[in-house]
Design a protein around this ligand. Structure first.
Ligand SMILES: Cc1ncc(COP(=O)(O)O)c(C=O)c1O
Length: 371
């Protein structure tokens, strides 16, 4: 069993709670509810607890394991599986998710059979592809799809949703939101089914939300990154009032030496099949941190002090220490982007440390942490 890890993610539960309050209040002003998306934090129970204690009623994750984790930790919420279930996990979905997102009739037929077998009625939200080209039923196929779903026992359609800025980077514009609203209104009228959730998107919907005078029928967003990192996701701009430093990645220096900036010898491929190139800066202080790609997506880290990441392998990250005097045993703090957050929170090699900041904690103190 691992009982000590030299790297960690520090999670400020006070700042996290503040972000949740600000976003619930903001979106609540136009009557938009929020599902808290926990996949970026591996369904960590301590984090889910803060989301729920601040007023989020629905937790959404793409992993059944994460949903089960939060449920087993006694977090009282409605649980949503955020992606269309695999046929191989149908029973688990019925037992662990109140609602699942769906796009395939073959899957919904199996969900229906499993719901009946287990006597556990199941709710579904149909995802519509509005151009981002990740998941979704094409709008033109939606009526036919719903006709096929309605007779299935044990299954209730409770909403429709669309995802934006995920694979294709497609923006949730006013026009896209109007189309989604019209689709929802059409479904409610034609099939006489009330849609509890008309879920317009994710953290990328912030600019649309702020600019629009009319949210139409949209009544829900699924928010992860804005809660955790404090930004919208079309341009990664900070959302006013949110903390962008809820999470801090901390790594320890394991070597610090003056060395050349250029490798010495004939160059072939490195550990990951790339042929690296480095700028010639003469002699520099090369500092090694004892973390690598097995711990975190290193390219998603931004140091909070003036140093530069030169490269990494599976377990080493090489830094140009510039004018700092980093030495063995020092700790260095980084901001994380979403990819880095996801990887660090998922890695078993990275400790998770929960902190509660007070108004007196200075930023300077958090930048370089010396043991
Ligand atoms: C279907 C779906 N909805 C919502 C989200 C949350 O997106 P974001 O973290 O940008 O708010 C994600 C991604 O995690 C997703 O896959």
């Amino acid at each position: 069993m691992i009982d000590f890890m030299s790297s960690r993610v520090e999670i400020d539960l006070v700042k996290l709670g503040k972000n949740v309050e600000v976003l619930l209040n903001l979106y609540g002003k136009k009557k938009i509810g929020i599902m808290g998306v926990t996949k970026g934090v591996c369904g960590t129970a301590e984090i889910a607890e803060v989301l729920v204690s601040k007023g989020i009623r629905i937790l959404a994750d793409s992993k059944i394991d994460n949903l089960r984790n939060m449920h087993d930790a006694n977090i009282k919420a409605e649980y949503v599986l955020l992606k269309t279930p695999s046929l191989s996990e149908i029973d688990l979905v019925i037992k662990n998710a109140d609602i699942s997102f769906n796009t395939e009739i073959a899957v919904i037929r199996c969900l229906s059979a499993a719901a009946m077998k287990n006597e556990l009625p199941h709710k579904i939200i149909l995802m519509v592809d509005m151009g981002d080209l990740r998941e979704g039923i094409l709008p033109a196929d939606l009526d036919r799809f719903i006709q096929d779903v309605l007779p299935l026992p044990g299954i209730t359609i409770v909403g429709i949703g669309a995802n934006f800025a995920c694979l294709g980077g497609v923006k949730p514009t006013e026009a896209k939101m109007r189309t989604l609203s019209s689709l929802a209104e059409h479904i409610e009228e034609k099939f006489e089914i009330p849609l509890t959730y008309i879920s317009g998107g994710n953290s990328a919907n912030y600019n649309w939300f702020m600019a629009t005078d009319d949210i139409g029928a949209i009544n829900n967003l699924r928010i992860g990154e804005a809660i955790f990192l404090g930004c919208e996701t079309l341009g990664r701009t900070k959302i006013p009032g949110l903390c962008t430093d809820v999470f801090t990645f901390v790594a320890e220096v394991i070597e610090s030496k003056m060395k050349a900036s250029l490798p010495d010898g004939e160059i072939g491929q490195n550990a990951f099949g790339d042929t690296p190139q480095f700028p010639d800066r003469g002699q520099i202080r090369r500092v090694i941190l004892g973390v690598g790609c097995q711990d975190v997506l290193v390219s998603g880290l931004t140091p909070r002090i003036d140093i530069e990441i030169l490269g990494s392998s599976s377990d080493h990250t090489i830094i140009d220490a510039k004018k700092t005097d980093l030495k063995v045993g020092d700790e260095v703090a980084f901001d994380l982007n979403y990819g880095a957050l996801l990887s660090a929170m998922t890695s078993p090699y990275v400790d998770k440390k929960f902190i509660q900041s007070t108004a007196n904690d200075s930023q300077a103190e958090q930048n370089v942490l010396i043991k």
